[in-house]
Write a protein of this length. Structure first.
Length: 416
C-alpha cells in the first residue's frame, strides 16, 4: 500500500474530533437530576450528595472497609423498622462535592426513585389512598384522640365552605363576595395581638380599645389575602418559577395561616436534605438522590419543659444531633408537625407525592424514638399544585404508612 495512504493527516488547530487523555471529563448537569430532565420551574436546590437506599448491614466499624461483608456484624434478632433507619449506614452512595463530583463504583446496579409506585419498594411502603370522607373520619376516630377529631371537624367545615370568613367583616365581605350566611363564622375570631402592635396603636389611633385593635388586625389580614389573591391570578396567567411562587404566594400564605398561633412557625426548608442515616430502608436496591427535599414545614417552638426533653433526647442519639431527620437549622431542636410540598405544574403532582412520601416515612422513623405520653394520631401533609391546596392525613400502620385524603383546602385565586 502506498505510504502516503498510511500517513495520518495532521489535525487542524482547534479540532474537536478528539480530546487529550489528560483533559478532565465534564459531568452533564442532568447527571444529578432524579427525574432525568432539566426543569426550569423547580425550586433551585444546592448540590446534593447522592444517597442509596438499600438493605445494607449495620456497619458500626467506621475504620473498616464498608464494602467487605466479612466485617458486617451479625445478629439473630430481627431489627425494628426504626432501628433499621437509625443503624443503617448505607455505605454505597454517589459521592459529590460542591466543587466537583465523581461517581463511586457500585457492586450492584441501582435505580432512582422517581415515580409514585416506587414508594411501594420501601421496606415499610408508603401508600396514597383516597377513601370516602366518612371512612376517613372513622380512621381519625379510631385514633382515640379528641384533639385530632376536633381538628378534622374544623378542617372539614372549611372544606365545605362553612364558617371560615370572620363574622366581624360580614358587612364588608357579604356584598363583595355574594356569599351566604353559612360562610361566616358564628363567633368572633380569637386574635393574638403582639404587645408592640398594641403599643403602637395606642400612640397613633384616636381610639385603641380592644375592639378597635381586633378589627385592625383583621383588616391587615384581609389586605394581605387580597395581595396574595391578586398575585396568584397574575402567576396563573403568566408563568413563574416554583421559587417565585414560594416567595410571593406559598410562603406568605403559610405564615399568615399560623400568625395567630404563637408557638408555631412556617419554615422554608427547600435546602434541607434528609440525613443519610434517616433515609427509609428499601427492599432490594433503590436509590434516592439527596433524600428528596420538600419546601416547607410547620415547626413547634417548645416550652421550657419540652425543650429540655428534646435536648436530652438529641444528646443520646447515636447518629446526627437533630430531633428531626434533617440538620437544617431549627429542625435540630424544633419538632415538625406539618410537611408541605409545592409544585407549579399539575403534571408533577406524582413527583410531589413521592417527595412527601419519603419525608413522612423518615419522619415517623425518627420521632418514633421520642418518648411521649400519647401515640401520634397522624401527620398532616399538604400538597400544593399551583393555586390548589390538598390536605392528607398520614397514618403509621403496622405494615405501611398510609397517606389518606384528599381534602381540598381550596384555592388561593379568590377570597371566597
Amino acid at each position: 500500500m502506498d505510504g502516503e495512504r498510511l500517513r495520518r493527516s495532521p489535525r487542524k488547530p482547534g479540532s474537536t474530533s478528539s480530546r487529550s487523555d489528560h483533559e478532565p471529563q465534564i459531568e452533564p448537569e442532568s447527571a444529578g437530576n432524579v427525574f432525568g430532565e432539566t426543569d426550569t420551574q423547580q425550586t433551585p436546590r444546592p448540590p446534593r450528595r447522592g444517597l442509596t437506599l438499600r438493605t445494607a448491614p449495620n456497619l458500626s466499624y467506621p475504620h473498616r472497609n464498608p464494602e467487605d461483608s466479612d466485617f458486617a456484624p451479625r445478629s439473630t434478632k430481627t431489627p425494628s423498622y426504626t432501628e433499621k433507619i437509625s443503624n443503617s449506614r448505607r455505605p454505597t452512595f454517589t459521592s459529590s462535592s460542591r466543587t466537583g463530583s465523581s461517581v463511586t463504583s457500585r457492586t450492584r446496579s441501582t435505580s432512582p426513585i422517581k415515580k409514585l409506585d416506587d414508594l411501594s419498594k420501601l421496606e415499610k411502603p408508603v401508600k396514597w389512598e383516597s377513601p370516602e370522607p366518612c371512612k376517613l373520619k372513622e380512621m381519625v376516630e379510631e385514633t382515640g384522640s379528641a384533639e385530632a377529631m376536633g381538628l378534622f371537624d374544623a378542617i372539614w367545615d372549611i372544606a365545605q365552605d362553612e364558617g371560615f370568613l370572620p363574622r366581624e367583616l360580614k358587612g364588608l365581605l357579604k356584598g363583595e363576595l355574594m356569599v351566604k350566611e353559612s360562610k361566616f363564622a358564628t363567633e368572633d375570631r380569637a386574635m393574638v395581638v403582639p404587645d408592640k402592635q398594641l403599643e403602637d396603636a395606642s400612640k397613633i389611633l384616636v381610639s385603641s380599645d380592644d375592639a378597635t385593635n381586633h378589627l385592625m388586625v383583621l383588616c391587615n389580614e384581609l389586605t394581605t389575602i387580597r395581595q396574595i389573591v391578586d398575585t396568584t391570578k397574575e402567576f396563573v396567567s403568566n408563568n413563574r418559577s416554583e421559587a417565585t411562587w414560594n416567595d410571593h404566594i406559598y410562603g406568605p400564605t403559610l405564615r399568615l395561616a399560623v400568625s395567630n398561633i404563637p408557638k408555631v412557625e412556617a419554615e422554608n426548608i427547600t435546602t434541607s436534605a434528609i440525613e443519610r442515616t434517616c433515609i427509609p430502608p428499601a427492599r432490594g436496591d433503590l436509590e434516592t438522590l439527596g433524600g428528596k427535599m420538600i419546601d416547607y414545614a410547620f415547626l413547634l417552638r417548645p416550652d421550657k419543659a419540652l425543650e429540655t426533653r428534646i435536648r436530652n433526647f438529641v444528646a443520646e442519639l447515636p447518629d446526627v444531633q437533630s430531633f428531626n431527620q434533617s440538620t437544617h437549622g431549627p429542625l435540630c431542636k424544633e419538632p415538625t408537625g406539618v410537611l408541605v410540598e409545592t409544585k407549579v405544574e399539575s403534571k408533577r403532582q406524582g413527583e410531589g407525592k413521592t417527595q412527601l412520601g419519603i419525608w413522612l416515612a423518615s419522619w415517623f422513623g425518627r420521632v418514633a424514638k421520642f418518648e411521649r405520653s400519647k401515640k401520634l394520631p397522624f401527620l398532616p401533609v399538604l400538597l400544593v399544585v399551583c393555586e390548589n391546596w390538598e390536605l392528607y392525613y398520614a397514618f403509621d400502620k403496622e405494615d405501611r404508612f398510609e397517606a389518606t385524603g384528599r381534602l381540598d383546602k381550596g384555592r388561593v385565586s379568590g377570597l371566597g
